[in-house]
Write a protein that binds this ligand. Structure first.
Ligand code: FAD
Ligand code: NDP
Length: 443
């Protein structure tokens, strides 16, 4: 209508006055959660130019999990625009045109370096200023860098977080086919990149200090199965005390090996290519003197409201109440990024929105394997079956807290979700005596 056209022109005019842009809804960060906020805002019917994303990445929001999987080894490899959000959550593929068509401003290549939350504006490295009525912080995490270690600047050392990192890593892996690839860290990145490197035809060596891989979730009996599988696939595992202490060079600025210490003895593991996955840290520093933090992230309530009015935080950067288990947590997983985005937008539009009640869900895919976990990995673990099909349960005082399946069917996924939600009581001895992982899921 005429009125809405006038209103739109007024909004745009206001937005661009005095060289700065101003929005009703401003999303800081252009990653996984941001893409889902954009989708939710469009579903709520925001007017054109009322909402915007500001991101330091050069591409529109995408499904980050692809970067350590089909991006590295598939033939042809996954590339943008193929995996823009929200394809992973069963939604539209929001390529840049989608933002244009839906009137959401995409401000890419803009790294925010100053935040003035009381003044309701943020400023980028390039000098651009963005005002807001409501700010949704979705800055995610950054990889922990081993930058203080000797040789940390050598050419050939990679981290993996963003599309640009993955493009470089792809080229390096494919340029080093048949050669050693040293992967530091036995967590998610370590496991997924080691698998990708093996598929590409490199010789991966997985180096980590813990007793077994994925130590935050796997227990020894479970890790043993995966480690045996990795060895069969040609991945060498250097674990249990193997701490990366630095990097050796070739005298010309290139990596020649990773320096490790094991039982007090130093050793150099030779290799020209190294990928580091030793954890991630929330990008919350910008706000450290303005917002309350907890567990390293921005503290929010069940509606994703931070300690400052009109400022919200979602995804990896938010520390939120995990209602089911009555504790604060931070989740670095895509299901939470998606769900927290949708929930925060609901809460923005309706203050009567119930508090977020998240059921933790993790998954990974390596080689031709794939696992899922629902719930809380607290309690005595019980493992039934073997790769390619096994189930596991974490039991505390007879009650199931968490459930894991390697090789789940779609039906198993629903069963797992129900088990983790209802937390049934089981007889541990009876469960442990089972040998069929499917039978065990019929709790
Ligand atoms: P991100 O997606 O990290 O987005 C943050 C965005 O903010 C980025 O665009 C960043 O550039 C931008 N930003 C940060 N600071 C600034 C600033 N100052 N100015 C401007 N922009 C800024 N999870 C799973 O559950 N399953 C998986 O299989 C899986 N695989 C993964 C594989 C890889 C390689 C990685 C790195 C992560 C994976 N994850 C996986 C985790 C999942 O991707 C994250 O939980 C999810 O991306 C979090 O979304 P987010 O929007 O909070 O953060
Ligand atoms: P993780 O926390 O999963 O794993 C880091 C691992 O590195 C830990 O096992 C850690 O041991 C070990 N480590 C720490 N310091 C050293 C060292 N000096 N030498 C050798 N090993 C060391 O983090 P990632 O880096 O794997 O993942 C980064 C982010 O990406 C996370 O947010 C993760 O959730 C996300 N991601 C998620 C995926 C998924 O959900 N499928 C896939 C890929 C990434 P310790 O525990 O003792 O510190």
């Amino acid at each position: 209508s005429k009125t809405s056209v006038c209103r739109r022109s007024l909004v745009v005019l206001m937005n661009e006055s005095e060289g700065s842009k101003s929005y009703k809804y401003l999303v800081l960060g252009g990653g996984n959660a941001a893409g889902y906020v954009a989708r939710a805002l469009v579903e709520k019917g925001v007017d054109k130019s009322e909402a915007a994303i500001v991101s330091r990445e050069e591409v529109a929001p995408y499904e980050r999990p692809a970067l350590s999987k089909a991006f590295l080894f598939a033939d042809p490899p996954a590339r943008l625009p193929g995996f823009h959000t929200c394809v992973g959550g069963g939604g539209d593929r929001q390529a840049p045109e989608w933002y244009e068509e839906n009137g959401i401003d995409l401000n890419l290549n803009e790294e925010i370096v100053v935040a003035d939350l009381n003044g309701k504006k943020i400023k980028s490295k390039s000098g651009a200023e963005f005002g807001f009525e409501k700010l949704i912080v979705a800055t995610g995490c950054a990889p922990i860098k081993l930058s203080k270690l000797e040789g940390a600047d050598l050419k050939g050392i990679h981290y993996l977080r963003e599309n640009a990192d993955a493009l470089e890593l792809y080229d390096s892996l494919h340029a080093h086919k048949g050669e050693e690839v040293l992967i530091v860290g036995g967590g998610y990145i370590g496991m997924e990149v080691a698998a990708a490197a093996a598929i590409v035809g490199c010789k991966p060596k997985l180096i980590f200090p813990e007793e077994h891989m994925m130590s935050r979730l796997f227990f020894p009996a479970m890790a043993k199965k995966y480690e045996a599988f990795y060895k069969e696939k040609g991945v060498e595992i250097l674990k249990d005390g193997y701490l990366c202490e630095g990097f050796a060079g070739d005298g010309e600025g290139n990596l020649a090996g990773v320096k490790v210490a094991k039982d007090g003895k130093q050793e150099v593991i030779p290799g020209k290519l190294c990928v580091i996955g030793v954890g991630a840290r929330p990008n919350a520093q910008l706000f450290s003197d303005q917002l309350e933090t907890e567990l390293g992230g921005i503290k929010v309530n069940g509606k994703f409201e931070s300690s400052v009015k009109d400022v919200y935080a979602i995804g990896d950067v938010a520390s939120f109440p995990l209602k089911k288990y009555n504790r604060m947590t931070r989740m670095e997983h895509v299901a939470h990024a998606r769900q927290s985005a949708a929930h925060a937008v609901d809460a923005l539009f309706d203050s009567a929105t119930a508090d977020y009640d998240y059921l933790p869900y993790f998954y990974s895919r390596v080689f031709d394997l794939s696992w899922q976990f629902f719930g809380d990995s607290v309690g005595e673990p019980v493992l039934i079956g073997d790769i390619p099909k096994m189930s596991a349960f974490w039991i505390e005082n007879g009650q199931v807290n968490g459930v894991f399946v390697e090789g789940p069917t779609a039906e198993d996924t629903e069963t797992m979700r129900a088990i983790a939600s209802k937390r049934p009581t089981v007889d541990v001895d009876e469960l442990s005596a089972l040998s069929d992982p499917d039978e065990a899921l019929k709790l």
